[in-house]
Design a protein around this ligand. Structure first.
Ligand code: NAD
Ligand code: IPM
Ligand code: MN
Length: 353
């Protein structure tokens, strides 16, 4: 039995999680695999604060450690901003407890859906890159960290080891792809970035086939829009990766299309959309579930080697999008539940996996 821990979280988190799991269950029913997988739900984020006064309960961490795969919807919302321990702190604690240091955020513009991009077709057509974001270091975690009415302090800290392990993941992925690695830093200003760049240079000697490009983060932000096809694998630190991945999500057309996977050295992997709880549309059946559906298919491929099943779900999902079942973020009016039903109907009808 393969056990999946499900952490729906807040806002649109539970809505897109339900959609993606309904779709997964329907697909598993068609392939006769429904008995292989079991699921359990646990608290995370604001939902955890409301239920048990903790955005990252120990029970959730323990369940995650025993899981074969973890799915997380999204966390956060204005009602918990002033909590002593916020939903965001809960998410960061979970990532740290599971040592999820490598966050992989792919960006792909599919030929059939190139019209959904706000950019010109000749710029975005063929875009296909993967961002490796360091997830448990840098400004997010460095101590001291505090603010008072008079001053605030954040610490940017990286050890050699924590840079090296993510950089090497980037090189390994580049070897499997088009052998191009873009390392994004701010080495003209930041000490952390100087060490980062040095370590990329050292490691590049072990990957002579990989063409390495060093970019400052400001220029990289521009180049992502001007020449997105130039990128193959990107490797960058935590905060830069956070910002650049949201920017990159607009190349195919919306934040609502972007999944991610987070890996540790040994433990289970966690799959989650890159976006947040979208309080502005929560509870309105408007969320685009693709970010979560694609997080599920990433899990099927990366954690369970179910490539065929994942590909089938993706093809069917994108066929519905191509046929105009577009949620609001992609310029349409299709609700989350209507799109979900449409995808399930197509899975049941097609069954041609
Ligand atoms: P957000 O990502 O929640 O939303 C940004 C914009 O994108 C909003 O207009 C939203 O409606 C839209 N959007 C996001 N996902 C969508 C989807 N699937 N379908 C359609 N539209 C979608 O970012 P925010 O508004 O800055 O933050 C809201 C809360 O989420 C905050 O509490 C923040 O800390 C949290 N957050 C959590 C995560 C996470 O759980 N991993 C990530 C980012 C932000
Ligand atoms: C993300 C989010 C989180 C981050 C926040 C909610 C802590 O923006 O997953 O991208 O900054 O990592
Ligand atoms: Mn983010």
């Amino acid at each position: 039995m393969t056990h999946i821990v499900v952490l729906p979280g807040d806002g649109i988190g539970p809505e897109i999680t339900k959609s993606a799991l309904d779709i997964l269950r329907a697909a598993l029913e068609v392939t006769g695999q429904e008995d292989i997988y079991s699921f359990s739900e646990h608290w995370i984020g604001g939902a955890g604060i409301d239920a048990v006064n903790d955005p990252c309960p120990q029970e959730t961490i323990e369940a995650c450690k025993k899981a074969d795969g973890i799915l997380l919807g999204a966390i956060g919302g204005p009602q918990w901003e002033k909590a002593p321990k916020t939903p965001e702190m809960g998410l960061l604690q979970l990532r740290q407890s599971l040592e999820l240091y490598a966050n992989v955020r792919p960006t792909q513009v599919r030929d059939e859906l190139v019209h959904l991009s706000p950019l010109k077709e000749e710029i975005v057509k063929g875009t296909d890159f993967v961002m490796f974001r360091e997830l448990i270091g840098g400004l997010y975690f460095g101590k001291p960290k505090y603010y008072t009415d008079e001053e605030a302090f954040d610490t940017m800290y990286y050890s050699r080891e924590s840079i090296e392990r993510i950089v090497r993941q980037g090189f390994e992925m580049a070897m499997k792809r088009r052998k191009k690695l873009a390392s994004i830093d701010k080495a003209n200003v930041l000490a952390n970035s100087k060490l980062w760049r040095q370590i990329v240079q050292e490691n590049s000697k072990e990957y002579p086939k990989v063409d390495v490009e060093y970019l400052y983060v400001d220029a990289a932000a521009m180049k992502l829009i001007a020449n997105p096809r130039d990128f193959d694998v990107i490797v960058t630190e935590n905060l830069f990766g956070d910002i650049l991945s949201d920017e990159a999500s607009m190349l195919p057309g919306s934040l609502g299309l972007s999944p991610s996977a987070s890996y540790s050295a040994n433990g289970p992997s966690l799959y989650e959309p890159i976006h947040g709880s979208a309080p502005d549309i929560a509870g309105q059946d408007k969320a685009n579930p693709l970010s979560m559906i694609l997080s599920v298919t990433m899990m099927l491929k990366e954690s369970f080697a179910e490539d065929k099943l994942a590909q089938w779900i993706e093809e069917v999902t994108f066929s519905a999008i191509e046929d105009g079942f577009l949620p609001g973020d992609l310029g349409g009016t299709t609700s989350t539940s209507t799109l979900t039903k449409e995808i399930i109907n197509r899975l049941k009808k097609g069954a041609s996996h």
